[in-house]
Design a protein around this ligand. Sequence first.
Ligand code: HEM
Length: 180
Amino acid sequence: MLIMIAGTETTVHAIGTLLVHLMAHPLQRALITERTVPLEDALEESLRLQPPVSSVPLRFAVRDFTDPGTGEAFTRGETIGIHTAATGLDPQVHDDPQAFDVRRPTLRRHLAFGNGPPFCPGALLARREVLTAVAQWLTAFPASRLAVEPGQLRLVPSFISKGFRVNPVHLRFHAAWRAA
Ligand code: HEM
């Protein structure tokens, strides 16, 4: 059950979100389709900007401590929710963090697959799945584009899972497919 749940919605969102980013940024998409930048970099940038898992809940303080960054104090046993998505948006690490930039030098500095002992055991498989699906999409539908403005896309209602509910697109089939 854990593998099914942990490995399904996450990967679906990773595929959908990367496609949205590429369709919403035609110049960035061209860098990928012209092979100036590898698709792997676009995936890491997409995971940085909008990771499918945005928070990891159910952590507990094992001792009293004060977070040096914020000064916030926690007592032993207190529950902690960590917003891992924030690491990818840290302006001290990433220039213009809200921009989707497949050539960003810091695009691998994110916690999309967690950190420490519960680091996602499916990370390699997930990356392979997303790259396969998105590469196939870009080949099959080279002129595909979003059917709505990116700002109109709605996220799933969750503080853990982050992805779009529906990605409406115009496919515009590849000429070779129409002929087949
Ligand atoms: C893009 C896709 C994926 C993302 C973004 C993702 C993200 C994560 C994150 C952030 C965690 C750590 C949660 C925590 O710290 O509590 C995690 C754990 C986990 N993931 Fe993934 N995951 C993905 C795909 C997969 C796949 C494909 C599988 C299995 C086939 C999988 C199986 C698991 C399992 C079993 C855990 C729990 C590990 C543990 O607690 O030791 N995930 N994942």
